[in-house]
Design a protein around this ligand. Structure first.
Ligand SMILES: [Zn+2]
Length: 406
């Protein structure tokens, strides 16, 4: 077990270095003592990591006069503000782009139409990305992060399998990298959220947490000891496709009664239609409003879904023993109708030790998801994971070049 953990530590330390870069970018220069406190790392580890970052040319030391007239303090800051990362969120009918500074700030964002089942998807995606990059007028692009609703089979080629997009073995990363001559990192969209959470969000406070997304699909990302758990084929976390009702509706994946087919947005809308609560043109938002106005049948649809989700997540809690559960996705705009039943079920079905686990609900828009994709670039820049080694070393070279040119 120890050996396995040691291997895991490599990328954990890389994530810590990325966290230092993100922290300095977000909050400006800081002392080593401040970094240790803010990132919850030991002073010795901070000293070692920052020494490497300084020698890599990624951060630099500055001195400031102490306000109390004492010894000047040594602060650390990013060596460059010139680098920009590009994030792309891919869904079936549109693409959302962001240009992001190394501090996580969104410099520009844009949403354009896209047809994931067209024959020219790769050319179309490359063309639209090139056009966004040109509009963003970014001087130094460190790399492109792409978040997709599916499994990324091979990180080097960014080969994507996605039921939602109707894709099988689409070489997205390799094609974009070749066409645009930039490093490209492709990742499952919920995993991209988890990386962004670790670098910039609530996830920074936890070493072990689960990200659960609700909406059209039901997604899961698993962070263990600070590392994203991707599985042997990059397909870990397919929570939406666990079977909960053998007699349930047919799922997009072809199986019967998957969680996603029973509690996904489409299914909630179908239930609302069956009960005569909403018409064909109305959506889950309309159904939620009817529930909020006091309609018990509408409320029951959400409560039933919440019980299924609560049961599924309690099973995960009993397996993974996480410190926290983060809930996101377009479905959280109806979370007021899920919350009570979800929490009751979760608490009643989790083992006693897990009763106090915080459930944090976060509201992300398309741009936040694309920001998650962009943060893959920063995270990959320090990764020694051989899967993305080629892209990671290209990003590092660009990062250093940006620092030198500044
Ligand atoms: Zn399924």
């Amino acid at each position: 077990m120890k050996k396995v953990m040691d291997q895991g530590r490599l990328s954990k330390s890389d994530l810590n270095r990325s966290a230092i870069l993100a922290q300095l970018g977000i909050a400006g220069a800081a002392s080593r003592t401040d970094l240790a406190r803010l990132l919850n790392l030991s002073p010795a580890l901070i000293t070692q990591l920052t020494r490497d970052l300084v020698s890599d040319g990624l951060i630099r030391e500055t001195r400031t006069l102490s306000s109390s007239g004492g010894r000047p303090a040594t602060l650390l800051g990013l060596s460059s503000e010139a680098g920009t990362t590009i994030g792309i969120k891919v869904v079936a009918d549109h693409l959302t782009f962001v240009a992001m500074a190394t501090d996580g700030a969104i410099l520009m964002s844009s949403t354009v139409d896209f047809n994931s089942s067209a024959s020219s998807i790769l050319e179309d995606l490359a063309e639209k990305t090139a056009s966004f990059i040109s509009d963003s007028k970014s001087s130094v692009i460190l790399g492109i992060g792409v978040a997709v609703p599916g499994a990324v089979r091979d990180s080097n080629t960014g080969s994507v399998d996605s039921v939602t997009l109707g894709w099988q073995g689409i070489p997205l990363g390799a094609t974009l990298a070749r066409t645009l001559s930039l490093p490209v990192v492709v990742e499952n969209n919920v995993n991209a959220v988890a990386v962004a959470e670790q670098l910039y969000g609530t996830g920074r406070n936890f070493q072990n947490f689960l990200v659960v997304t609700i909406g059209t699909g039901i997604g899961l990302s698993i962070v263990i000891e600070g590392d994203l758990y991707r599985g042997s084929r990059g397909a870990a976390g397919e929570l939406g496709h666990i079977e909960i009702d053998p007699e349930g509706p047919i799922c997009n994946c072809g199986k019967k009664g998957c969680l996603e087919a029973v509690i996904g947005q489409t299914s909630l809308e179908a239930a609302g239609n069956d009960k005569g609560l909403i018409s064909g043109e109305e959506n889950v938002g309309n159904l939620a409003n009817i529930g909020r106005a006091g309609n018990a049948a509408a409320q029951e649809i959400f409560q039933t879904a919440a019980r299924h989700l609560g049961t599924a997540v309690s099973n995960l809690v009993n397996i993974f023993d996480p410190e926290a559960i983060l809930v996101l996705g377009e479905g959280v705009s109806q979370w007021d109708l899920w919350s009570s039943e979800f929490l009751t079920t979760l608490r009643s079905k989790s083992l006693p030790g897990a009763l106090g686990i915080p459930v944090v609900v976060e509201h992300w828009n398309d741009a936040s998801w694309a920001q998650g994709a962009a943060s893959l670039v920063l995270s990959a820049s320090r990764s020694t994971n051989s899967d993305i080694g080629v892209q990671a070393s290209k990003i590092r070279r660009r990062f250093v070049a940006a620092g030198v040119s500044k």
